[in-house]
Write a protein that binds this ligand. Sequence first.
Ligand code: SF4
Length: 352
Amino acid sequence: MTRTDLFGMTAGEIAAAVAPYGLEKYRGRQLATWLYQRHVRDFAAMTDLPVKAREVLAAHFTAGTVTVRAEQHAADGATSKFLLALADGLAVETVLMVHDYGSSVCVSTQVGCAMGCAFCASTLRGVERDLTAGEILAQALYADEYLRRRGAGVNSLVIMGSGEPLANYDNVVKFIRLCHEPYCLGLSYRGVTLSTAGVVPGIDRLAAEGLPVTLAISLHAPDDELRTRLMPVNRTWPLAAVLAAGDRYAAATGRRVTYEYALIAGVNDGDAQAAALAALLKGRLANVNLIPVNAVPERGLLRPDAARVKRFLAVLTAGRVNATVRREMGSDISAACGQLRHAVLAAEERRE
Ligand code: SF4
């Protein structure tokens, strides 16, 4: 008999799933609290449930399974990276960043990615499958449990790991709603950032969802020719369409849109490109997040030096565009998305 996995269900869905076995409606919230807040997956350990109910649950239900396959902790102590194995043996990366102002966890939404961005290790093997809401949640809760053992917890979420979140829309939105629930992480929607490569129909759908999450859109180039080279998705949704969708999102939610720009030495980091980017974004409810790219040896991509990054930022600022440079975290632990997974899988293949 196959058992139903409760992990990833809302309290209401859990209540409905267990009701046919004689469990009262309020047990849904009680079980959700055990799973999502107390990080207990073993029904036998849920001590405020009657023994009979625990036996029934164990016979008919499971409570999610992710196990750590590899982990890395940066020398600065501020970044940890986990490669988590899913029930079917596939693996995804989760990154935990501890800032002065709180802790943020970056989750993956697909196993691999189909988007094909030139600078990204996640896409080297294509996309294998979408993650369920429970599998995305398991990553955030794994990081939360890790922090709780150290007297802290997750304060914000970044949906920016492997995968295009808007290509797995329903699971991602369910995950965001779950994280907001008081019986789960209780996170404010404003503490959630969703990063997309620029899937225009998904941006419009999200704008209509009534979730005031921060939208981050990857631009990486100020013209269509270069953007298509770096991000093949630009053939489907070119710059003008992406920027118009960003404006609609800002108008619908009142939230400033973040445009991500990975700086790649000699490719998109020139003064003229900075000026062109400033001209594109001037007057928009937007800010730019500059990310000096992590070198990807397979693709021969190099990171610009600090002086070039500073100059690019100065040109944007002079063009009256809000811009910041992402603080470098964990570059000693393969911090770019997909690098740990890629390195572990490649090592395993070599062994085989
Ligand atoms: S950068 Fe993001 S969208 Fe592009 S291939 Fe990597 S995971 Fe996919």
